[in-house]
Design a protein around this ligand. Structure first.
Ligand SMILES: *Cc1c(COP(=O)(O)O)cnc(C)c1O
Length: 463
């Protein structure tokens, strides 16, 4: 029985993956159709497992986006490397509870190994600690929990024990371009989504560090400053060297970096200069499921001071828990207790590519993004809005007969999405409608990029 169902699932998965390169990228149906195929009353009786899997795959298929394929350029969404998907399958088959070493020794050790590899790839301090979380949202949360703990501890306040009521005021600084998940994390932590100092950003979305310097002159007490490595629209980096220098003039500070995808620039000798100075921060949020091409979900909360990391996140003692002596209990670094053995997929991705493979994947994505920008910017009526410094391109479409550029731009994006040959999303940048191109997939080739460019050019003229 187990044999049959897993075989069938593997066959269906392999079939899907093989069809991915030519599959229509967008959804092929709507909610009502999916509901009709998948819904119905709670089943009273059980069903044969093979049948469950076959019916699920058939019914879900039209609602499965070709997100892992080579012509998905939406949001910032990576694909999934073959070894990483295989390791993820095994993770489910092994079904380890990777909260503690005693419940998953191999899971714990693999996290230990993958953590060291990640730090080396990202050129971050080898002594930092890494929590394997679901994504950059929880990485931002985990890192900022460590930040909150550390700056308040230095001010003589144990926030874990006493909470925030009556605590010394913590000043939090973010830029106007901070990712929504940073603000959400601040909300979760009781620091407030809005109770922070906002620094304006420049035309590329970088924090105006001159303004940061001005604001810091008026601040005292515990201070947390959030920087960004890789703006979600432009790919731009905050100037970490100058920002960190200004922040460190204060006695009690924590610099956090949201580097969900941008931090990967540090894995490439050619691109690392864009992300210079970030190693001097106190914590870093990075994704595995974006640019490392690990399947969902995968993110890393990296903290320079492991003691602060553990103090903020380690669960309260449980009498029945068998804690590790010299080994790593993974739950000390994440806001979870029982948890998936998330390290296996990351470990496999890094082993599949090696240091050279990671660097060349990151570089290739950037080269392809620049190529797409070059082809588009010379076309009549197409404007590239950002300096293409990484893997992100912002495009705006001007109607040939004149008229509403925003409406036309949205119209072009809608046409591309309706075609299904590639998927690109819309955004608003500096008050203007724009289309986003994000090149984040290991399997995207120059030919895929050219096919997408042809579709974009066609949709821009037809619209
Ligand atoms: C995607 C992204 C996030 C959120 O990451 P998730 O993995 O979706 O939780 C945070 N910050 C930046 C800059 C991002 O690009």
């Amino acid at each position: 029985m187990t044999h049959d169902v897993l075989r069938r699932a593997a066959d269906l998965a392999i079939q899907f993956r093989q069809g991915l390169p030519e599959r229509r990228v967008g959804a092929q149906t709507d909610r009502a159709t999916l509901l009709a195929a998948l819904g119905g009353p709670l089943p009273e009786a059980g069903t044969d497992p093979v049948e469950v899997i076959e019916q699920l795959a058939a019914a879900a298929d039209p609602g499965i986006i070709g997100m892992s394929g080579p012509r998905y350029f939406g949001f910032v969404i990576g694909g999934s490397l073959p070894a990483s998907v295989g390791a993820d399958w095994l993770t489910s088959a092994w079904d380890q509870n990777a909260g503690i070493y005693a419940a998953g020794p191999a899971a714990s050790v693999v996290e230990e190994v993958a953590a060291a590899w990640l730090l080396e790839l990202l050129d971050l301090p080898a002594t930092a600690s890494v929590g394997f979380v679901t994504g950059a949202q929880m990485a931002n949360f985990s890192c900022l929990a460590a930040a909150r703990h550390a700056v308040l501890a230095r001010a003589g306040w144990d926030v874990g024990a006493r909470g925030l009521s009556g605590a010394p005021e913590v000043t939090v600084v973010v830029s106007d371009e901070a990712h929504a998940t940073v603000l959400t994390a601040l909300g979760y932590l009781g620091l407030g989504r809005e109770r922070n100092l906002r620094i304006p950003a420049d035309a590329q979305g970088r924090m105006r560090v001159d303004q940061l310097e001005g604001v810091l002159g008026r601040v005292d007490g515990p201070l947390i400053v959030c920087l960004q490595a890789g703006n979600v629209n432009t790919g731009a980096f905050d100037d970490a060297v100058r920002a960190t220098e200004a922040v460190r003039r204060h006695p009690n500070t924590w610099v956090h970096v949201d580097g969900a995808f941008g931090l990967w620039a540090r894995s490439s000798a050619d691109l690392a200069s864009a992300a210079a100075g970030l190693e001097a921060a106190d914590s870093w949020a990075v994704d595995g499921h974006k640019w490392l091409n690990v399947p969902y979900d995968s993110g890393y909360a990296i903290v320079a001071d492991p003691a602060a990391h553990v103090a903020a996140l380690a669960p309260a003692a449980g009498a029945y828990i068998q804690y590790a002596a010299a080994e790593r209990d993974p739950f000390n670094f994440v806001p979870e207790y029982s948890r998936r053995a998330r390290g296996f997929a990351t470990y496999a991705a890094i082993r599949e590519l090696g240091r050279e493979g990671v660097a060349s994947m990151i570089e290739r994505c950037c080269t392809i993004a620049a190529h797409m920008a070059d082809r588009l910017r010379v076309a009549e009526g197409i404007e590239v809005l950002n300096d293409v410094v990484l893997n992100q391109v912002l495009v705006r479409f001007h109607p040939s007969a004149g008229g509403d550029v925003d409406a036309h731009t949205r119209n072009v994006v809608a046409r591309i999405q309706a075609d299904g040959g590639a998927w690109l999303g819309a955004t608003t940048w500096n008050g203007m409608a724009a289309m986003r191109i994000s090149v984040s997939n290991w399997s995207t080739s120059q030919a895929d990029a050219d096919r997408a460019v042809e579709l974009i050019l066609r949709s821009a003229t037809d619209a």
